[in-house]
Design a protein around this ligand. Sequence first.
Ligand code: BEZ
Ligand code: FE
Length: 313
Amino acid sequence: MFELPKKEEIFNHGIPSTPDDITEIVIKAMGRTENSRLREILQALVKHLHAFGREVKLTEEEFMMAINAVTELGHLTRDKHNETMVMSDALGFSTLVNILNQDRDPEQMSPALLGPFYTRKDPEYPNGFNISRDKPKPTDIPLFVRGKVVSKNGTPLKNALVEVWHASPEGLYDNQEPAQPANNLRGKFRTDEAGHFNFRTIRPASYPIPTHGLVGRMLAAQNRHPFRAAHLHFTVSADDHSTLVTQIFPKDDLFVESDCVFGVTSADLAVDFPEHTDGNAPEPDVTGTYCTLDLTFDLSPGESRLPQSPINA
Ligand code: BEZ
Ligand code: FE
């Protein structure tokens, strides 16, 4: 049995006088939300959602398509795949939220979206470690990454945490391909006294995002290709500094200007991955072509907080 609320507990938001009043009435009905941030978000959501419905004059058939689309996002989301996140990425919304929340000045390295494959479970390794755990293939190009983490004023940050993850040259993350060793192409490194870190991996390639569901159908309907420019993902964090979430792209990649999730937020993220054939690779087992990448991550003072993983891999 349910219990009726007492008459004096009921807030009468009223009845619309005209159909146009519905938005104001809904906003008013939400006005007693005690959590002020929740109230602000939900009232703004109603305002913009209703305005959107009016602007496109949504038909009932289109409304049912939208309901089915949201339902499908939920059904397609599994432990190892987050279709809702991928949709947000393909709508450019993840990039917008990333930019809004990264406390960066224009002269600092730009942030970029987290993406759906951040696990946070990657092991911490000593500097110099090779995060490419799979059997080397003749087509792999070894990549030696060296970098530095500094505070915005240039002071080197020791013991900063640099987390890296990227897809294989075939375009798949370890959690998408059971044949890859666990945590392949993922790892965490700590900076030394001078703020330096380094690791070895293989050069990533551009790849298509998962297109088996709604996002794939949306991209096809919009005549958009599903490719991401090749990239390495990073989170960089240090005590008393706000965490930088970003990606680094080879600037000669075919998709730098058409990344399907708008990941190249600024030209400074597209950099040279110089290729060498000099026989002087940092490790003696590399005798052929190899690449190097030099990075400087600058952090703003603030709160150190790692993002949540969108998957349970
Ligand atoms: C990625 O970086 O791997 C990615 C980002 C957005 C959607 C799908 C994949
Ligand atoms: Fe990625």
